[in-house]
Design a protein around this ligand. Sequence first.
Ligand code: ADP
Length: 371
Amino acid sequence: MRILVLNAGSSSLKFNLFEMSPDSEQRLAKGEVERVSGMEDAIKSVFDQLGAETVEAVGHRVVHGGDLFHQSVIIDAEVEKGIDELSVLAPLHNPHNLEAYRAARDRLPGAIQVAVFDTAFHRTLPACAYAYGLPWEFLTEKKIRRYGFHGISHRYVSWRFAQLHGKTRADYRMITCHLGNGCSVCAIDRGKSIDTSMGFTPLEGLIMGARSGDVDAGAILHLITHECIAPSLLLRALNSSSGLMGLSGVSNDMRDLQRAAGSGNDRARLAIDAFCYRVRKYIGAYLAAMNGADVLIFAGGIGENAPVIRAEICAGLDGLGITIDENANESDSREPRQIGKSSIPVWVVPTDEELLIARDTMRCILHIPHD
Ligand code: ADP
C-alpha cells in the first residue's frame, strides 16, 4: 500500500512516501516544501517532486486531538469538524493540518486519509498529572488541562527501544526526551504515558528553540496589566522570540548557540545552561513520578546530534544512577545506541514520526490494532 505522510506547519510542508504492508516497510521518498504560501500549491509541489506517483492513502500529523481523539482515525466529515473545533486549542497548528487534509483530498479524491494525533499517546495521563490547580469549572467546562504533545515521537522511540530488546514498551519504565525545535520529556510507565512536560499547549515545560517553556502565569498577567502588552503580542513573543532565541539573542538553533558560547558569548552560554538545567529538572521529576526508571532515551535534532548537550544534561545525575560514557556519547552513528551503562542505561534512539504515521495509516485501513 503506497502511503503519503504529510506534516504541515505554518511555513513548511514535510512529506514522506512509503510502501507499506503488515510485514514490510519501505521509505521511497522524503522532502519538504518550504515557504508555503498556499496549501494547494504546496501539495502540487509535493506531487511534482514525487513524479507521477499513485498514492492510495495519506497520513496526516495532527497536533491537537483534545479529548475527542484518543487514537488515529480515518478522516470523515465528523472527524474533520472535530479537528476544526480543536483549532481554538491549537491555533498555530490544527488549521494548517486541516488545510493540508483538504488540499490532499481535492488532489486525491479516491485516497483514504488518516489523522494521527500528537496528543493521543498522552490520553493515559492520570488526573493528578493532567489537572492544573485551577477552579474546577475551568477543567470541566473550559477543558483547561494538560494534554501533552510530541506523542508520536515518544511513542515511536519507546516502541523502537523495546523492539530492539525483543520486548514491549510495557516491560519498562522509560524517560524519553524529545529535544528538537520543540522539546518535551515524557514519563512512560510500563507502556503508558503518565506525565509529559508540554501541557494545555506545546508552550509548557522545557525551554525550546523559540518557545518559553514554563513561566509563572503571574508574570504573563503582569505584562498584560502593568506593561500593557497586548495578548496577541505576548502570544507571538512566547512562541517565536523566547526560549533559546530569546535568552541568547543569537538564534533558535542549538548549533549557532554552541558556536557563540564557544567564542565567549555569555547570553548564549546562559541559554544553553538554562536549557540543560530544565531538562535535568524534568528527568528528576519523572524519576520521582515512576519511583525510578529502566532507561533514559534521547531523540530529536538536539537529542540525537548534540553529545555536548546530552553530557551537560546528564552531568551530576550519577547520584540518581545516570552517567554517560564519553566515548559512546561522542560516536556520530545514526543508529539507536547505548551511550551510558549506568544503573539507568542511557540511549540515543533516532525518532521517525513519519514511519509511525504511515504505520497507523495502514493499520486504520486494515483494521489492525495500534500498539
Ligand atoms: P523539529 O522539532 O523542527 O523537527 P529537529 O528535531 O530537526 O526539529 O531539531 C532541530 C534542532 O536540532 C535545532 O536546534 C538544531 O540546532 C539541532 N541540531 C541539529 N543537529 C545538531 C548538531 N549536530 N548539534 C547540535 N544541535 C543540532
